[in-house]
Design a binder for this molecule. Sequence first.
Ligand SMILES: C[S@@+](CC[C@H](N)C(=O)[O-])C[C@H]1O[C@@H](n2cnc3c(N)ncnc32)[C@H](O)[C@@H]1O
Length: 254
Amino acid sequence: MRLRGRKGIREDIERQKELVVLNAKDYKGKWAELFGNNNPIHAELGMGKGRFISEMSKKYPNINFIGVDMYDELIRKASEKAKVAHEITVETEEDAVLSIPNLRLMLFNIEHIEEAFAEGELERVYLNFSDPWPKKKHARRRLTHPGFVAKYQQILNAKGEIHLKTDSQSLFEFSLNSFADMGLRMRNISLNLHVDGIHPDHVMTEYETKFAGQGMNIHRCEVVIGQEALSTHQEQLKQAAASALAAESKESAE
Ligand SMILES: C[S@@+](CC[C@H](N)C(=O)[O-])C[C@H]1O[C@@H](n2cnc3c(N)ncnc32)[C@H](O)[C@@H]1O
């Protein structure tokens, strides 16, 4: 997605100091301080126009959300969407900088994400409809390339997870292989999310609305990164297996 900067956009986002972070590197290791609490931090990498991150921040006030994108215009659009989602009415120039306590929009290139977050500073990374970069020679630019995933591993904490959604079958295949090659555990894999049945709390992104509306399959998976998340997942699997065995032996006894 390429957008040419429009005069005034930079000034507009610069004015929104409470919501927009232009100097993300300065907050490395200090995001909890910026939010003023130790709630988990979830980041959407490549948020586009920001519908997902706005709605998530409204729905889950006890989680801190950061929407990351590299274009001024998208940060501005996302800030407008956030204010609508949070029902902030902008009456004057000054009001435009009103803060949303659990949301920040960060202008940043994900290629250098480890320069913006310290080790274990995030609890979840959302990759929603990331650019598929279909040409093989561009594989390194895909946000699920092992080079990127290694950076996410570094900045995610013990409960860390990556949640991926995409319409692109080729990106999905590439991503699953990438995660598997890195020895990572995947769960809740869906090749057709909207047919498998979406959870009532499911929040759609702009691209998801468009592609699902066109009848395209939406692929999704969760990747368990942190040790604590992995232990919880393994415990859940053990319990599910034990209940299945118990049900089976009860059935055969009857
Ligand atoms: C296809 S759009 C998806 C937007 C949104 N997540 C959705 O699902 O509607 C991908 C977004 O990722 C952003 N993006 C791609 N590469 C990026 C990078 N290296 N750093 C920051 N943003 C990036 C693009 O600017 C674009 O807004």
